[in-house]
Structures are given as structure tokens and as C-alpha cells.
Write a protein of this length. Structure first.
Ligand code: PBG
Length: 330
């Protein structure tokens, strides 16, 4: 390749001069197949509720859930990630409601599958919706999250979700060894095609702030941190270590989270492992863009631009609260 040819033989503006040419030389594309819509559902709610810190995103009761899914499906989106807001009465320090086969999320999965058997349902494995302290696992006597004790419940939670019909189990708890324990349990219980999407490089990020309001866990969690299990924001070699462990333990797909502040991580993970790599444009990223758009400081197009940046960095697929609105534009 000779990059030394000089002007006017080389005019990079030639291929920019017409829309048709620009699309012929486009290196990155964004289609509806790249998008996953996260949705919030709330136990005992009928109808829907606004989420103040996430403009246009709502919590749905089971009575309105299928209508919302219908719209998502009609836009061509192939997968949803479902996050439950669990009845406060059902929370306890051990997060035991997570392993109740008839819990709210299991009911929701069965309800969705009945009407939309082709839609891919992704669900988190983590105890934070179910614990009174809001951590993703159970605590030891010093108040830290107990890795190996948490694995016992997380494994059962994964089985409950697989049994309910979830296609993709997404451990977001960041305990060591969870992928292996969950994979073994799925194999032993004849869920050999249940996909594990590991939140492998999940950072201890303040960009999750609005999510905590969305799932109403803020008041349980207070201003604690998840620093003893989620990754330190400055580490990238450790992300490769995490990802390699999770692949070895049986993950089918890995994820980087948050998205835009961690594009370098997406890039190295994809280059190093060449396995399906997803990225999560998290609540804080969404709300930040929406807030600026609402004030007229940025135009609507920045959302698509942010999603293209994920694809350019190497992501195969994007979890984004903007999936629906972008699918409508595409
Ligand atoms: C729970 C979980 C979180 C998110 C997804 N799953 C929050 C956290 O770990 O504190 C964040 C998603 C978002 O901010 O959009 N383990």
C-alpha cells in the first residue's frame, strides 16, 4: 500500500463528494440487528411509570409489557434485556426471592415467551434486585460480599431463569468463578443451548447512577460502592484477564460496560479474543445525551454517532436505552 502519493493525485474529498460514494466507502454500519433494548418492569404495578432520571424510559407493569414488546418487535429489534423492580417486601439480606421459581421476573419471561417465542430474552444474574443491602451477592460477617457463598445463590438464580425460558443468561455480579459454576449447572440440567453473556469487563462506574433510580435500588444501596467486585476504572490489562477467564469458564459472549468511556477496552477485547463482544451504553450515558439534546445543546444525531463509535471500536452488538428510537430512524 502506497500512502505517499501526493495531491492532486490523492484527493480524499473525491469519495466524500456524493452521498452514494460516501456509502460505498463506509467502513462501519449500524443496523437494527446491532441493537438490544433494555426494559424495566415493576412488580405489582399496573400501567406504566416515568423514570425521572431517564427521559422517555418507563417502568412497565405486566399488563402493559406485551404492548411495549409488540412495539419493540415491530421495529425489527431481536432481543430485549429485562430488569425487574422487585416488591420491597420480598427483599432480604440473602436475596432468596431470586431463586423462587415463581418470582416476578420468571413470570414476566413466561409471559413474553408465550406471545413472542422468537424474541431473544436476556436477563441479569446478580442479586441486587433482591437484597436489602443492594449488593450483587451475599455478605460475610465483615459486611463484604462473600464470593463463594454468593456463587451458590447465583447458580440457582441462573437455573431459575433458564427454566423460565430465558435465552441468554447475563451474569453481571462480577464474582470470581461464576461463569464456570453457572455453565456446569446449565449443562447438568440439560440447558445446553442457554447462552451465557458475561458482563466480563464491568467497571465500578458512576455512570450507573440513573439505573439505580430506575430499579428503585438507590435507597437500599445508599452511597456504598461495588469496588470490591467491580473493576477499577483505570485498568485495562485486568479487563483482558477477566475476559480470558470468562471465556475459559464457558462464556459465549462477553460484554464491556459502560460503553463510551471504555471504547479502548472494547477495541482490545475484540482484537485479542475475536469472540462476540457486546457493549452496554449504560443509563448515565443515555441520560447525559438526552439531557443535552433536551436543552438544544446537542442534536438528536449524537445518539447514532455514539452507537457508530461502538461498532467502529469493534462491538458486535449494543445494549442501549435508545434502541427503539434509533431503530425507528434506521
Ligand atoms: C446490576 C446491574 C447494574 C446495571 C446493569 N445490571 C448496576 C450495577 O451494577 O450497579 C447498570 C446498567 C445501567 O446503568 O444502565 N448488577
Amino acid at each position: 500500500m502506497n500512502l505517499n502519493r501526493k495531491f492532486p493525485f490523492t484527493r480524499l474529498r473525491r469519495t466524500r463528494s456524493k452521498a452514494g460514494l460516501r456509502s460505498l466507502v463506509a467502513e462501519t454500519s449500524l443496523t437494527v440487528d446491532d441493537l438490544i433494548q433494555p426494559i424495566f418492569i415493576k412488580e405489582n404495578l399496573s400501567g406504566e411509570e416515568e423514570i425521572e432520571s431517564m427521559p422517555e424510559i418507563k417502568r412497565y407493569g405486566l399488563d402493559l409489557l406485551n404492548k411495549e414488546i409488540e412495539e419493540i418487535v415491530s421495529l425489527g429489534i431481536k432481543a430485549v434485556a429485562v430488569f425487574p423492580v422487585v416488591d420491597e417486601q420480598k427483599k432480604d439480606p440473602a436475596g432468596l426471592e431470586a431463586i423462587n421459581e415463581d418470582n416476578f421476573l420468571s413470570k414476566a419471561i413466561r409471559q413474553i415467551k408465550e406471545s413472542f417465542p422468537e424474541l431473544i430474552i436476556i436477563v441479569d444474574v446478580a442479586l441486587d434486585p433482591y437484597t436489602t443491602h443492594g449488593h450483587d451477592g451475599v455478605l460475610d460477617d465483615k459486611g463484604d460480599v462473600d464470593n463463594d457463598a454468593s456463587l451458590l445463590t447465583l447458580k440457582e438464580q441462573a437455573l431459575v431463569l433458564a427454566k423460565a425460558g430465558a435465552d441468554v443468561i447475563a451474569p453481571s455480579d462480577m464474582m470470581d468463578g461464576r461463569i464456570r459454576v453457572i455453565r456446569e449447572a446449565l449443562e447438568e440440567n440439560n440447558f445446553k443451548n442457554t447462552v451465557i453473556l458475561s458482563y466480563a469487563a464491568k467497571y465500578s462506574s458512576k455512570f450507573y447512577g440513573p439505573f439505580k433510580e430506575a430499579v428503585e435500588s438507590a435507597k437500599f444501596f445508599g452511597n456504598k460502592t461495588k469496588d470490591t467486585y467491580q473493576m477499577a476504572i483505570g485498568n485495562i490489562n485486568e479487563a483482558l484477564h477477566e475476559v480470558s477467564m470468562d471465556i475459559e469458564e464457558g462464556a459465549d459472549i462477553v460484554m464491556v460496560k459502560p460503553g463510551m468511556p471504555y471504547l479502548d477496552v472494547v477495541r482490545v477485547v475484540k482484537e485479542e479474543f475475536k469472540i462476540p463482544t457486546f457493549v452496554y451504553q449504560v443509563s448515565g450515558e443515555y441520560s447525559m445525551l438526552k439531557a443535552a439534546i433536551a436543552r438544544g445543546w446537542l442534536s438528536q444525531e449524537v445518539i447514532k454517532e455514539s452507537l457508530v463509535s461502538f461498532k467502529r471500536a469493534g462491538a458486535d452488538c449494543i445494549l442501549t436505552y435508545s434502541a427503539k428510537e434509533v431503530a425507528r430512524e434506521l
